[in-house]
Every structure is written in structure tokens, then in C-alpha cells.
Write a protein that binds this ligand. Structure first.
Ligand code: SER
Length: 462
């Protein structure tokens, strides 16, 4: 809580208005299923379609990266620094200050206020892109030079250093701040520069400063925005880890209460066996995504955004069932933990708490029953298996309808002296992915048709 309010207080002292987080579900933007960046609620301001309420704003925004261009779901729980739901601390300038202040204040906050060690920080700047006709951002490089030695300022590609909200929308070159959280001995043996943007679990991006200057149109072209803006986003959970000096986001105060509660509920201990730890992490992460989605009005459902929420919940329940031994609803008991941890910053957790706990409990009960019937189904599939091999189609049915991941099916088969047709499963999966891509394709044109085939008739005079 202190780290969060320090951020907001700092930017308030620099003339920013502090606003509450927007909801996770953006009902009025057809290019997005969920809020996936702190800037989403300000998209219309960037492209000049709506005036800003303040020239400078700061907040912490609930973000969910489980669909579309920014999707981290598969990494979550397996690694220690990606999340479905995370808080993005952000400061914005709408046609007001630009690169210089954004860079100076980011550095001041991290090194002087939070006291992070400058020797562990690296920054990246946009290295240019011939395809888009954009030059390298020498201006940002020069501005960083005041604070950071030249060998810690690294060139980045379009993939890492040109931020875009989606296939279309506001975008611009960006400058990221990365932190090397390896132990001191490892840092002096091998400098961290080569590990930046290389998926190293201890050398991670913490803050992204975007200099919004363009809008990407549906035909791929870039059009300059009417004004220049700043959009920054800092991963709150990673910042806490950097400040607390932990090697995993889950070892911080942000996630510890959930791990403790899970330990108490399951009788298992975190930190002894990788398989068990992954289950702890998946559940601790997913409860936050599911609870916030429901609090913001997105109930689990059989299609669209509701289906994404249902699948996240089921992923957690499945890990709890197979690795932590849960047979009764357990996610619902994490709701009070979340209220205690985050309820002050996000009052909707208290206002909607009873509904959230009830919906989760019902979803869990229903899915636990499905898991039981899936096990019966698997028994039948093993009974009909030819040469001791359960077919890909059966394994896929278990995955798709009963939420059984392939490794669980394979494990149970092995326990019964059988195996699974992996290749057949892979083919079914590829077909399913193609089907779901087609079904979840979002509207990304510059124009949205509101009412098809209807013409307007002016009746004002009558
Ligand atoms: N929009 C940028 C991001 O999401 C910075 O806030 O990383």
C-alpha cells in the first residue's frame, strides 16, 4: 500500500490529478475484450476524439493480459513474473510535458524516492524501423545520458520499443527501464546488458515510457496524432519485488497472503516442490483476475469475455484439484484475503464482495463435478483404447470439455500402464485454435458499424 501511494503522491506533487482505476471490461471499445494497459481509458484523448479532463493524470489501473495482442496467460504460474491481472502504475501527459520530464521524473522516483540501486538499472530506446520509415530515438538517448552511463542505454527493436495498443490505435516509440535483480556476485561476473529483453527471470522490465505520436490505421499506415503525449506504465508487482529485493513476484507482500491462505487450506507448503509451487502461483494469480472481473460486472459465461474468465477460473481449479488435493470449492475462500490486501485501493472489492464470493463458489462446484465426470470418461476411454493408446480425439475431448490438460490425461494413463496419442491430440488442438481464432476475431477497422442496413430519416420538422 505504501509503495502504491508513494507513486501517486509523487506524481501529485508534479501537478498530476489522481484518478481511480477504470473497470477491467471496456464495453465501449470493440477492439478490446479487457483493459490491457493503463492507457486504454484514455485512448480517445490520445487520438483527439475527446478532450482530457486534466493535462496530467496518474493512477493505478487494473489490467488483464489474457487475449488479443498482449496475452501472457500460458506463462502465468510457470514463471515468477507474468500475471493475468496486474496493476499498472501510470502517469500521463495529454499534450503537456513530453520526453524530458517523463524521463527525469521516472529516474528521480526510482532512484531517489524508492531508493533502487542505479547500478542495477538499464534503459532501452527505440532504434528506428525502416519499414515504418522511423528514425532512431536519439533525443531520448541524449536525455537518458544525463542520468545513465552510455553502456547502460541500449537500442531496442520495433517489437520492444515501439508500443502499440493493438492492431490499430495510438502508438509511439518507447523507452523501457529494466532492472537486474540477480545477486551481486552474478552481476559482477556477467554484466546484465546482454540479458535485457532476453526472457531472463531476474532481469526484468519494470517501467515503460511511451511517447505517443502516431495512430496506426487499419491499413497499417501511421498517421501523426494532433498532439504529442506521454503514456507510462510500471508493473506494480514487479516494482514491489524490486524494492523488497525478492527473486519472485510471488515472494512479495502482494502475493504472500494468498499463498499463506492456500497453505492453510491445503496443508501443502510453498517452496518445496516445483509442481506444487506452480499450482500455488497459478491460483494466487488467477483469483485476482476472476474476482476483479466479476466485481466489474463480467460474470463467467459460455462465450466472449465471460468465457475467458471461466477458463481462467477453471485453470486454477484444475491445478488445485490435481496438485493440491482440493475436492471442494477453495478459490472462494481467497476473496476475503483479497479484500484485506487490496480493498482499500479498490473499494469495489468490498462493494461487490458477496456477489464475487458466491459466483466463484458456484462456478467452482460445477467445475469440480465436471472434473469428476471427466475422470469417469477417461476410465471409459482407457477401456476402449487400442494397443494401450488413448486416442488424440478422446484426450482432446477431455481437455476441451472437461478441462483436463494433456499431461494430466497422460499421467493417469501412465499410472494404468497406457499412453496417449500426442500427435493426434496436437492435430485436434490446431483445429480448435483455428476455430477459436475465427470466433474471437475482434473488429479492428477504423470505423465501427453500429446498426447494419438501416438508413436515417430526419423527422425533426414533424
Ligand atoms: N502503454 C504502455 C504499456 O502498456 C505504457 O503504459 O506498456
Amino acid at each position: 500500500s505504501e509503495i502504491r501511494s508513494t507513486f501517486l503522491d509523487f506524481f501529485q506533487s508534479k501537478g498530476h490529478a489522481i484518478v481511480p482505476s477504470a473497470p477491467l471490461v471496456m464495453k465501449d471499445d470493440p477492439t478490446l475484450m479487457f483493459t490491457n494497459a493503463g492507457m486504454n481509458p484514455f485512448k480517445d484523448v490520445f487520438i483527439g476524439a475527446r478532450p482530457a479532463t486534466h493535462a496530467r493524470i496518474a493512477d493505478t489501473q487494473k489490467c488483464l493480459r489474457v487475449s488479443g495482442k498482449h496475452n501472457d496467460l500460458e506463462e502465468v504460474g510457470i514463471d515468477t513474473y507474468h500475471h493475468t491481472l496486474f496493476e499498472m502504475l501510470g502517469n500521463w501527459s495529454f499534450g503537456d510535458y513530453f520526453k524530458q520530464e517523463a524521463i527525469d521524473w521516472a529516474w528521480e522516483l526510482l532512484t531517489e524516492v524508492y531508493g533502487l540501486n542505479p547500478e542495477q538499472l538499464y534503459v532501452t530506446v527505440f532504434g528506428g524501423d525502416a519499414g515504418d520509415g522511423l528514425a532512431a530515438d536519439d533525443e531520448a538517448r541524449g536525455m537518458w545520458g544525463k542520468h545513465v552511463a552510455a553502456d547502460r542505454i541500449l537500442d531496442g527493436s520495433k517489437k520492444d520499443n515501439f508500443w502499440e495498443m493493438g492492431e490499430t490505435g495510438p502508438c509511439g516509440p518507447c523507452s523501457e527501464i529494466h532492472m537486474d535483480l540477480r545477486p551481486a556476485a552474478e552481476r559482477s561476473a556477467q554484466p546484465g546488458a546482454a540479458l535485457v529483453n532476453a526472457d531472463h527471470p531476474q532481469v526484468i522490465e519494470i517501467w515503460n515510457l511511451v511517447f505517443m505520436q502516431f495512430q496506426r490505421k487499419a491499413d497499417g499506415s501511421l498517421v501523426p496524432l494532433p498532439a504529442q503525449h506521454v503514456d507510462t506504465g510500471m508493473g506494480f508487482e514487479r516494482l514491489v519485488r524490486a524494492i523488497e529485493g525478492k527473486s519472485s513476484n510471488y515472494d512479495t507482500d502482494v502475493f504472500k497472503p494468498y499463498l499463506d491462505k492456500l497453505s492453510q487450506l491445503s496443508g501443502r507448503i510453498y517452496g518445496q516442490e516445483e509442481r506444487i509451487d506452480i499450482a500455488f502461483r497459478v491460483i494466487a494469480d488467477h483469483i485476482r483476475a476472476v474476482a476483479f472481473a466479476i466485481a466489474d460486472g463480467q460474470l463467467p459465461a459460455s462465450g466472449g469475455a465471460g468465457y475467458v474468465i471461466r477458463r481462467i477460473l477453471r485453470r486454477a481449479v484444475r491445478y488445485g484439484y490435481s496438485d493440491l488435493g482440493f475436492r471442494d470449492p477453495f478459490m472462494t475462500h481467497l476473496v476475503p484475503v483479497m479484500q484485506e490486501a487490496m480493498g482499500e485501493a479498490f473499494p469495489e472489492l468490498h462493494q461487490q464482495g458477496a456477489l464475487v464470493a458466491q459466483v466463484i463458489a458456484e462456478e467452482e462446484s460445477a467445475f469440480l463435478r465436471t472434473l469428476e465426470s471427466g475422470l469417469k470418461r477417461l476410465d471409459a476411454a482407457m477401456g476402449e483404447a487400442k494397443d494401450g493408446v488413448v486416442s488424440g480425439a478422446r484426450a482432446f475431448e477431455l481437455y476441451d470439455t472437461f478441462g483436463f490438460p494433456l499431461d494430466l490425461t497422460a499421467l493417469i494413463c501412465r499410472e494404468n500402464g497406457m499412453s496417449v496419442d500426442d500427435a493426434g491430440f496436437g492435430e485436434e488442438m490446431a483445429q480448435q485454435k483455428a476455430r477459436s481464432r475465427a470466433a474471437s476475431a475482434q473488429k479492428v477497422g477504423d470505423w465501427v458499424e453500429l446498426a447494419q442496413g438501416q438508413s436515417d430519416r430526419f423527422i425533426g420538422y414533424t
